[in-house]
Design a protein around this ligand. Sequence first.
Ligand code: B1M
Length: 209
Amino acid sequence: MADLKVLADAVIKGDQATAVEIVKQAVEEKMPSRQILEEGLISAMAVVGDRFSKNEIYIPEMLIAARAMKSAVEILEPILVKDGVEPVGKFMIGTVAGDLHDIGKNLVAMMMKGAGFDVIDLGVDVTVEVFVQKAKENDVQVIGLSALLTTTMPGMETTIKALKEAGVKAKVIIGGAPVTQAYADKIGADGYSADAASAVDIAKALIAA
Ligand code: B1M
């Protein structure tokens, strides 16, 4: 039986081949995809972050752990994303300017697709201008901003301000490890979510409101 502890260890060590192999095994054994994601993958990145904070590992180790996680997530994606669902709305997401972290942002995009949203993923290091331009071009209903660095979080406030000034009516939700509900309230975001799954509920509620 697929061992999620071994999977988490493989991600922590950056052992891409083992991580991919265990995820494939878990999928074949019909283990719930959410359980594989949370217990085998997301928990591993928390350990990586903790070790980085304590100077036990450095950027190269963090990078290879992230690569292992990404490859594993790619296998899970088709299972997390349901086929043939009618779009419930148009959602656009990006990681704010100066920030290259995309694993959490990709998970949010994946969950939104799974919930039936038509998703436009602008990628990482997205400038305020690009957010505004793409929001206008695509007539989106909800925009998601992700940030993992305290230094890039202010980019969320700037983006929200610019979207309002440009007359974009879409609702804006924000998230990422350093982001809080209090920060969302402070900068005038319409919603905040601590994880990818609840981002879906918030986006749906905002559309229904
Ligand atoms: Co970086 N990094 N990193 N890093 N990195 C953090 C964020 C850090 C907390 C590590 C630490 O010190 N403990 C720290 C930030 C400290 C701070 O700002 N206070 C940090 C730092 C300092 C840096 C650099 C500055 C390091 C350096 O160069 N000296 C540098 C910055 C580069 C840049 O962006 N300009 C850097 C670089 C990197 C790598 C490139 C090596 C790599 C990223 C690879 C990639 O993303 N492709 C990396 C990684 C992997 C991390 C950690 C270890 C893991 C992040 C991650 O992927 N987590 C991270 C430590 C940590 O967070 N514990 C760290 C797993 C992911 C599933 O979680 O992204 O939080 P997360 O997403 C969650 C929720 O937050 C939420 O849903 C997701 C799933 O539930 N969510 C949303 C996210 N976005 C959302 C949007 C929503 C809703 C929910 O609505 C729109």
